[in-house]
Design a protein around this ligand. Structure first.
Ligand SMILES: Cc1cc2nc3c(=O)[nH]c(=O)nc-3n(C[C@H](O)[C@H](O)[C@H](O)COP(=O)(O)OP(=O)(O)OC[C@H]3O[C@@H](n4cnc5c(N)ncnc54)[C@H](O)[C@@H]3O)c2cc1C
Length: 331
């Protein structure tokens, strides 16, 4: 049994109180939403914050509401099982509902939140270990040491962003709101992430992720999410693919976005898909997209099985594009 380190517990009852509490000691405080990632990491000795600030009592963070234009705003503290089963999310953003519904297990989805999922620590086989295990090896670049055991000559940590919801959120063009005592800023989910596994998001230590906003789905928007994991239950993705396509009435591509997750510190948007525009999403077009993704994606051994993960990029992209489900605005 791994004990938790001692910490001061703060449980604000409103967003105002929360932001003030975080602003008082940003470098020494960590936010705890569902705690499904933070608490195991603290038990592994990866963090020892002086203060832990709980989000559970902050009601402003938990809702899911419509925007006047027909989009949705999801509170940063909304549990994943609510996101997965909300009829509006299921109808308008089926890939997000599916991704949220594939996280871990029912118990973890009931505790874990979308904000925690977006701010999830990066993962690596050399990092997500007990202090004893890591100590035997000498500590890695992300924690305790100068060396990356995945890329020994590398200067940057290559631990992977292994959360399920960022890829579909990026595919839908979602944005997040970050609030601190200094003010409020909004940025696209794609811009939330940075390419260094030591800290793969641009959230400042005094900022809380308060909401995720999804734009209204375009007419004839189709989307899909595919996840590959070692076990069919309770496992992080080894590879994830989100796809969103707007097709015209004749089935021709107006816009196509494919996002690949769990390869490196940030989700990767596949480049060069303009070649599919104005043509039907035929088997040949899907093959071109799959080939582009395969060429651009280079998994590393931070999550293991890198050769196999590279090999399956193209077939999983094909599966995602073959399974595009329509968004329905009603619901
Ligand atoms: C056995 C197991 C299996 C798992 N499988 C998966 C999986 O398949 N897919 C997956 O994506 N995840 C998985 N997870 C990880 C985790 O359960 C989820 O990612 C969950 O969404 C994390 O949310 P949380 O609310 O519990 O985050 P927490 O653990 O509370 O927090 C995670 C991080 O986010 C920060 N944070 C939380 N909320 C906010 C906020 N509103 N603003 C700013 N920072 C914030 C915290 O400070 C912390 O750094 C798994 C975990 C376990 C234990």
């Amino acid at each position: 049994m791994l004990p938790l380190p001692a910490f001061e517990w703060v449980s604000p009852g409103s967003l105002d109180e929360l932001v003030r509490a975080l602003g008082e000691s940003p470098g020494e405080s960590l936010l705890l939403a569902g705690g499904t990632d933070l608490l195991p990491n603290m038990k592994h000795g990866l963090f020892a914050p002086r203060r832990v600030i709980g989000l559970r009592r902050v009601r402003e963070l938990r809702g899911i509401a419509e925007t006047p234009a027909g989009g949705l705003v999801i509170g940063g503290g909304a549990p994943l099982d609510r996101v997965a089963t909300d009829p509006r999310v299921m109808a308008r953003y089926p890939a997000l509902a599916r991704a949220a519904g594939l996280v871990a297990s029912p118990q973890i989805r009931r505790m874990g939140t979308i904000g925690g999922n977006l701010c999830l620590e990066t993962r690596c086989v050399y990092y997500n270990q007990t202090a004893f295990w890591r100590g035997a090896l000498g500590g890695c670049l992300k924690k305790d040491g100068p060396t990356c055991f995945v890329v020994p000559q590398g200067r940057r940590c290559v631990a992977a962003m292994s959360a399920d919801t960022p890829a579909p959120l990026i595919a839908y063009g979602a944005s997040v709101e970050l609030v601190s005592v200094r003010g409020t800023r909004t940025l696209p989910v794609a811009k939330l992430f940075a390419g260094d596994g030591v800290k793969n998001n641009v959230r400042a230590a005094d900022e809380v992720l308060t909401k995720v906003e999804l734009p209204p789905p375009a007419e004839r928007l189709f989307s899909a999410y595919e996840k590959v994991r070692s076990r069919a239950a309770i496992d992080f993705p080894l590879l994830s693919i989100a796809a969103a396509a707007v097709l015209d009435a004749g089935g021709h591509v107006v816009e196509l976005t494919v996002v690949v997750g769990a390869l490196g510190a940030l989700p990767r948007v596949v480049r060069g898909l303009e070649i599919t525009r104005a043509a039907p999403l035929s088997r040949e077009a899907i093959d071109l997209v799959a080939e582009a993704a395969h060429t651009q994606c280079n998994p590393l051994s931070s999550l293991g099985a890198e050769d196999w993960r590279k090999d399956i990029v193209a077939p999983v992209v094909r599966r995602a594009l073959a399974g595009l489900a329509p968004s329905r605005i009603a619901g």
